[in-house]
Design a protein around this ligand. Structure first.
Ligand code: NDP
Ligand code: 8X3
Length: 259
């Protein structure tokens, strides 16, 4: 497949771990310049240095919380001042926080998920997409989830945020008709990253159990899918890609071996 990313700029939110980090490395390995973001300064700096040392590309990093609109706008303004228009936007920053019955859910968890997964994605998109529209060029990748296609017990608010990402992905595509800008939601099933550790508020034992008895996806699998979508010819717009581990066929159906 043709390399369409060499020399381009990709903005990846949430690149301090998991899918975002793996995607930054994968794109950089193909010669794509990367803009990485995240809240954890030390992790962001570590990724920044690895990218700079391993690959012959340009790297920029912005340490901020996507829930803060002014920080999203500041980043976009700084990029504009540097005359950098992202060719690729990967709306990846997101999380699940908690897994409870809805009548026992923690309001703080709900707000974190809604503010990050929906409002953060909107803030970043609103800050960056106008630059792409002005150039009539670009590719938006939203990281949705299999959890945005089917609700599972105790997934409630997380599911709702990922259903929202699905709706927004469709909406962005509709509003971009007539432009050359493409938009795709990559919707993974179970993937072993820091996701479950975050969901269970740092409980590593509980997080580990989520991936026991089967082979989950890994972050590099999703990075490969993203690269595939980005490398398709300009007349091809993959709008949704649902990716499960082979052992999982739906959010409900998992072949988990017990020993
Ligand atoms: P990780 O926890 O490993 O990575 C999440 C990334 O998002 C981190 O870099 C984190 O950085 C960043 N992030 C979280 N909240 C914020 C915030 N408020 N502002 C800025 N950055 C933020 O998990 P994954 O890689 O698995 O998750 C990435 C995306 O994939 C999420 O949207 C998740 O919902 C989705 N997903 C995950 C699946 C899985 O099974 N793992 C399956 C389907 C979808 P920092 O903490 O430094 O801010
Ligand atoms: C994360 C995938 O199904 O574990 O979005 O919630 S799932």
């Amino acid at each position: 497949m043709k390399n369409s990313v060499r020399g381009k700029w990709a903005l990846i939110t949430g690149a301090t771990s998991g899918f975002g980090r793996a995607t930054a490395e994968r794109l950089a390995s193909e010669g794509c310049n990367v803009i990485i973001t995240g809240r954890r300064k030390e992790k962001l700096e570590a990724v920044y240095h690895i990218l700079q040392e391993k690959f012959q590309i340009k790297v920029l990093s912005y340490c901020f919380d996507v829930r803060e609109l002014n920080k999203c706008v500041e980043m976009a303004n700084d990029l504009a001042e540097r005359e950098i228009v992202p060719d690729i936007l990967i709306n990846n920053a997101g999380l699940a926080s908690g897994k409870n019955k809805i009548y026992e859910g923690l309001i703080g968890d709900w707000e974190k998920m809604i503010d990050t997964n929906i409002k953060g994605l909107l803030y970043i998109t609103r800050s960056i997409l106008p630059m792409m529209v002005a150039r009539n060029e670009g590719h938006v990748i939203n990281i949705g989830s299999a959890a945005g296609h089917l609700v599972y017990p105790e997934g409630n608010v997380y599911n709702a945020t990922k259903f929202a990402v699905k709706a927004l992905n469709e909406a962005i595509n509709l509003d971009l008709v007539g432009t050359n800008i493409r938009c795709c939601s990559i919707d993974p099933g179970a993937a072993e990253t820091e996701f479950s550790k975050v969901r269970f508020h740092g409980d590593e034992e509980k997080a580990k159990k989520v991936y026991e008895g089967y082979e989950p996806l890994i972050a590099e699998d999703i990075a490969d899918m993203i690269l595939y979508v980005l490398n398709t010819p300009l007349h091809v717009n993959i709008t949704t890609m649902v990716v499960y581990p082979t052992a999982q066929r739906s959010v409900y159906v998992m072949d988990r071996k017990k020993d």
